[in-house]
Design a protein around this ligand. Sequence first.
Ligand code: 15L
Length: 264
Amino acid sequence: MDERPLLLLTGASGGLGRELVPRLRAGGFRVRALDLSADGVDADEVVTGSVTDVDVVDAALAGVDAVVHLAGMSKERAWPDVLHANVHGTWVLLDACVRAGVGKVAFASSNHAVGLTTRPEGPPLAADTPFRPDSYYGWSKTAGESLCRLFVDRAGLDVVVLRIGSCFPHPGGVRGLSTWMSYDDCARLVTAAVDPAVTGWHCVWGVSANTRRWWSLAEGEAIGYHPQDDSERFAAEVFASEVPQDDDDLVGGDFHRTPLGEPN
Ligand code: 15L
C-alpha cells in the first residue's frame, strides 16, 4: 500500500503545472494530473478532461488527499471564457470535493485580484489586501477566492488561497524583481498549503523572499511556507537588459492597459 499522499493537480499541463509535477513527486507526493491534454506530463496518474465537466472531476477526485487547483485561463480572455473556465470550473471542483469527501484545496489565485493596488513604498502589503481586480481575469480570481471562502464556511473545506505573483524561470523585468516566485518556492508553498495541519481559511502571497518584494511573507510563514529564493541575484542582468521596463505604479503591472476581455 502506497502511503504517499495523493494530490490532484488541475491544469497540470500548463506552464506552472509542468514545473510543479516533478517537484511535488520528488517531495514525496503522488500526483494525479487533470487537464484537457496531459501529454508529456510526468505524473503518477493522468485524467484527461475539463475541470468544468462534473463527471470528469468526480472521477478524478477518487481517493485524493488534497487538490491543487491551477486550471483555467491564466491571463485576460473574453468574458464567457473567463467565466466558464475560472469561475464555473472552480465551482464544479469545490462542489465535487464536498461530494467526494476531499477536504483540502490549494487555490491558485493571482496578484491580479488586487492588481490595481498601488505598489507600496513602505511595509509590504498584507495578503488580505482588498480586491482591486485589473481585468476580467483578475476579477475571476476574486470570484474564485470568494467561492473558496463560501465552501470553507458552509461546507467545512480547508482552503489556502495562493495569491501568486510571477512564477516563471526568472523575473523577466524590473517588476518581476518584486513579484517573482521561483518554481522551487512554489512547490514549497503548495507543500505547506496541503499539509493536513493547516485548516480553515488562509490567504497567502505566492512570492519568493525577494529583497524588493511588495508583499508580506507573514501569512505564508504562518502556514509553514519558508521561501528560499530571492530575485536579487537577477537584478544586475535585469537592469542591464534592453527589454522595455514597465513604468506602471500598480502591483498588477500593465494588465490594466489591455482592454477588458481582449487577450493579453
Ligand atoms: C498571472 O496571474 C498570470 O497567470 C501570469 O501569466 C503573469 O502575468 C503573472 O500573473 C504576473 O502578474 O506576472
